[in-house]
Structure formats: C-alpha cells, structure tokens
Design a protein around this ligand. Structure first.
Ligand code: SF4
Ligand code: SF4
Ligand code: SF4
Length: 263
C-alpha cells in the first residue's frame, strides 16, 4: 500500500473510531492508550485471518486499514467503551456481522501481518473466506424458539454456508404428538464465526451467539480419556509413564533414608 493511501486509510478509520465519541480533544492521551492495549478482550471477535489473540495484539499496529477496507463497516476499532485492546479492530455480529466478502479486502489491507493472509490461502493467489475461523456459533436451547417447537429457521436460512455450517435436525415433538422440532445444529468444523446467524436471530437477545473459539468450545482437561480413541489412551499412558518416572525419582530419594542417617 502506498504511504499516502495508508495515511489516509488511517485518518478515515480514526474518523470512524471517533465518530460520536467526543474524544477528539484527547488525541495524545488516547493514542498512547491505543498503542498499549488496556484490556484482555477474551470475548472479542477479530477480523478474518487474525493471528491468535496474544500474537494479534502484539502485531496489530491499530492503524485501521482493515476497518477502512471493509465495505460493510463490520469492523470497528475498540474505544474505551468496548472490550478488548483499545484501538484494535473487532466486530459485533448483532450490530454488523462479517459478510464474508469473497475477495476478503480487509486481510490484504493489513500492513503488519496481524491478519495473516496465508490462513486463507487457496489455489493460486486466491483466498478462501470459508477458511476463516473468527469464532464459533453456539445455539442456546433454552432461548431458541425452535427448541420450544415453534417454527423458526432464520439463522439457518441466513447462514452463507447453509446445510454445512448449520443444519436442521428433525425430532418428533412428543409433547404435542403432531408437530416436529427442527432444531438448528452448528457444525464446528465448518462454521466461520461470521455472525450472520446471530444478526438474523429473531429473539430479543440472540439465542445463537458467536464466541471466540476457545470460549465457545470450552476445555475438557487432561484427566478425561476417550476410552474408544487409541490416540487419547496413548496420551494418558505417556503421561502416566512420565509421572511414574518422576515419582520413582522422588521415591528413590525418600527411600534412601540410610544415607540420611549416615550423615
Ligand atoms: S470479509 Fe468483508 S465483511 Fe468481513 S470483515 Fe473483511 S471486509 Fe468486512
Ligand atoms: S457464524 Fe453462523 S452464519 Fe456464520 S458460518 Fe457459522 S453458523 Fe453460519
Ligand atoms: S433464529 Fe434464533 S430462535 Fe430462530 S432457530 Fe435460529 S437461534 Fe433459534
């Protein structure tokens, strides 16, 4: 990107950032904050092809070039009122999701590598936006009206990867005996985290939410084993073997009481 274009992108993006915030008089102080990053931002959704969060925060120079490149105004720079490192780009799907542009203009616009174009690389010079993993959608069965038996497929129809990232699961409604449930189910291998489903959801607060992948999936912990999975069993055997080796070391030392007495 040419320097003048880059500077004008940054100017335009900062204009977007400051629009309506009343911070224009705080330039110096705020810019210091922008450069340092003040909050962890565990729930923040980053643009397509972002590095993992700690490396993204280190690499992003908060220039706003990606924000400026986005034709849908999906991306915003974080202000003091939003979560995440101040000045870093993010999106809030309920307001404006990522519309998964086939040419992904936000990614090549990034001058620092915080958005890593190689993550989306397809054949030749092409990028494949379907490879992006901005987050992962989760459906809340307590508030999703399809789980109540009411017909709703707004999220399913809105998904750009319909029948891949979201499918509808048919179940007989035993309560009425007449109707069927059609429940939305997310396929975590395919969902890009674009948030178009969250944006489309008909409930007052969305019953389908996109969360950063680690937050969305949770973590099992090392002590649970899939008994049917030989690789997982091997993992436990290895860790037991390592533990025994180190226990043996401790026991040898503790059992060597005679040498302690000799002293
Ligand atoms: S893929 Fe398109 S809509 Fe999504 S953040 Fe990038 S530019 Fe915006
Ligand atoms: S976030 Fe929602 S709309 Fe986007 S791919 Fe995943 S399921 Fe589909
Ligand atoms: S749009 Fe919302 S309420 Fe309707 S099926 Fe999807 S998650 Fe459930």
């Amino acid at each position: 990107m040419e320097k003048n274009n880059f500077n004008s992108s940054r100017r335009d993006a900062l204009k977007k950032l400051f629009k309506g915030t009343g911070f224009l008089g705080m330039g110096g102080t705020l810019w210091t904050g922008l450069s340092s990053g003040l909050a962890k931002g565990e729930l923040v959704l980053r643009p397509p092809a972002a590095l993992d969060e700690p490396n993204f925060i280190k690499a992003c120079i908060k220039c706003g070039a990606c924000v400026e490149a986005c034709p849908y105004d999906s991306l915003k720079l974080a202000t003091v009122n939003t979560e995440g490192a101040l000045g870093a780009p993010h999106f809030e799907p309920r307001e404006v999701p990522c519309y998964m542009c086939p040419t992904v203009p936000c990614v090549p616009a990034c001058p620092s590598g915080a958005l890593d174009i190689t993550k989306l690389q397809a054949e030749g010079d092409q990028m494949d936006i379907n490879k992006s993993r901005m987050g992962l959608a989760v459906v809340h069965k307590e508030t999703c009206i399809a789980f109540w038996g009411i017909q709703c497929d707004a999220c399913y129809r809105a998904c750009p990867l319909i029948d891949e990232a979201i499918t509808l699961q048919y179940e007989k409604n035993e309560r009425t005996g007449k109707h069927a449930y059609l429940k939305p189910v997310i396929n975590s291998d395919i969902c890009t985290g674009c948030g178009i489903c969250e944006h489309a959801c008909v409930t007052e607060l969305p019953a389908i939410k996109v969360l950063p992948i680690d937050v969305s999936t949770g973590k099992v912990g090392n002590h649970y084993v899939k008994g049917w999975d030989t690789k997982d069993e091997q993992r436990i055997n290895n860790s037991q073997h390592n533990a025994t080796e180190s226990d043996d070391g401790s026991l040898d030392y503790l059992n060597d009481w005679e040498s302690l007495i000799d002293d």
